[in-house]
Design a binder for this molecule. Structure first.
Ligand code: GTP
Ligand code: MG
Length: 355
């Protein structure tokens, strides 16, 4: 299919074309960069929402319920389930995890799982690129479910406009998570399994950690000067990447992180979560933070592409590999070191003598 036809079919909601485009991007097949490049001007419609937290916290259950609520509001929804924790949980297992039977047959819902294996470009980058394809296909919301709370999930978390951190009372993960700095990625906190003992306590712990109970400076300012209503940035008309210049953040534009309780298995608290997501999006738009976050992602994305292209160039189009080979005996004999040879290689490339 010609590139233009592919993009048109994608934007027209052709599901087989969408599935093939995602596979093309995931597997870095010929033409994937041209595809991503040509859809770039169409991006920015979808709200990207990360749902992250420890294994078994109920993320999939919550995601499925959230899909139902969003569908009832008339939004189309794509779900990307990412599993960076183990190379062994791909395929059938992951497929099982995200079956989401209640919404799987709805034509307004598209569900896709991604495992570590088969991701040639780095999971975080690939996830972002797959989200671009879904955005171009016109989905209103993209929910990105990520297991765990380590570095790779944080990277994936940076794919989202809004990140929901899901914690549970019984695991003890809660307190560890609070200490590990992972808190910083959460825009909205959810204590799921609130039907279990310890949920209230965990909520309190999170709030204390967030400085809400302790009374933080921003809340203090708002309380005394009544500035809550003045949070209007210059970007309210835009929902996309064309948002105006970021408004400088100030005390009034501080986001007060909600800490919500849910029982995902019964659908309790999910409407409130959907409202909180709308609230966060409104805050992102009004403060200019949405544009700022998207610009940060664009900067990072471009860096990644440059990085990839630079490696490609060095190892496939210059004499760098040959230069190392030429020095291999000296390296083995200890007459030079990898560090000295690396300097030689880079000097050669910079001077253009060995390109
Ligand atoms: N009691 C209780 N159980 C729940 C709740 N939400 C989910 N569960 C159960 O918790 C288990 C794990 O739920 P999942 O939705 O698969 O959790 P997950 O976080 O997606 O799990 P992974 O993707 O494997 O990390 C399932 O047996 C759910 O039925 C809840 O609010 N209360
Ligand atoms: Mg899951």
């Amino acid at each position: 299919m010609a590139q233009g036809d592919q993009v048109a079919a994608l934007r027209g909601g052709n599901v087989p074309v969408l599935a093939r485009a995602i596979s093309q991007v995931e597997n870095r097949r010929a033409g994937f960069e041209a595809l991503l490049s040509s859809i770039h001007p169409t991006l920015g419609h979808a709200r990207r929402i990360g749902i992250t937290g420890p294994p078994g916290a109920g993320k999939s259950t919550l995601t499925e319920r959230l899909v139902q609520v969003l569908r009832a509001k008339g939004h189309t929804v794509a779900v990307v389930a990412v599993d960076p924790t183990s190379p062994f949980t791909g395929g059938a297992l992951l497929g099982d995890r995200i079956r989401m039977e209640s919404v799987a047959l709805d034509p307004g819902v598209y569900i896709r799982s991604m495992a570590t294996r088969g991701s040639l470009g780095g999971l975080a980058t690939t996830t972002r690129e797959v989200c671009d394809v879904l955005d171009a296909a016109g989905f209103d919301r993209i929910l990105i479910e990520t297991v765990g709370v380590g570095q790779s999930e944080l990277d994936v978390g940076r794919s989202a406009d809004t990140t929901v951190l899901v914690l549970v009372p019984e695991s003890g993960d809660g307190i560890q998570t609070l200490k590990s700095g992972v808190m910083e990625i959460g825009d909205i906190f959810v204590v799921n399994k609130s039907d279990r003992p310890g949920a209230d306590r965990l909520r309190q712990e999170i709030e204390i950690t967030l400085g809400i109970r302790a009374g933080n400076a921003y809340r203090h300012v708002k309380a005394h000067h009544g500035l809550e209503k003045k949070q209007t940035g210059g970007t309210s008309a835009t929902d996309g990447m064309t948002a105006g210049p970021p408004v400088r953040r100030s005390a009034e534009s501080h986001w007060a992180h909600p800490v919500l309780g849910t029982v995902a298995s019964k659908g309790e608290g999910v409407e409130v979560l959907a409202d909180a997501l709308d609230g966060h999006h409104q805050w992102l738009t009004e403060t200019g933070e949405l544009g700022a976050r998207r610009r940060r992602r664009l900067f990072e994305r471009t860096r990644e592409v440059v990085d990839r292209a630079a490696r490609q160039w060095i190892w496939h189009e210059t004499a760098a590999e040959q230069m190392i080979n030429d020095r291999l005996e000296d390296l083995a004999a200890g007459r030079t070191s990898p560090y000295e040879v690396a300097v030689e290689v880079l000097d050669g490339l910079k001077q253009g003598t060995r390109v």
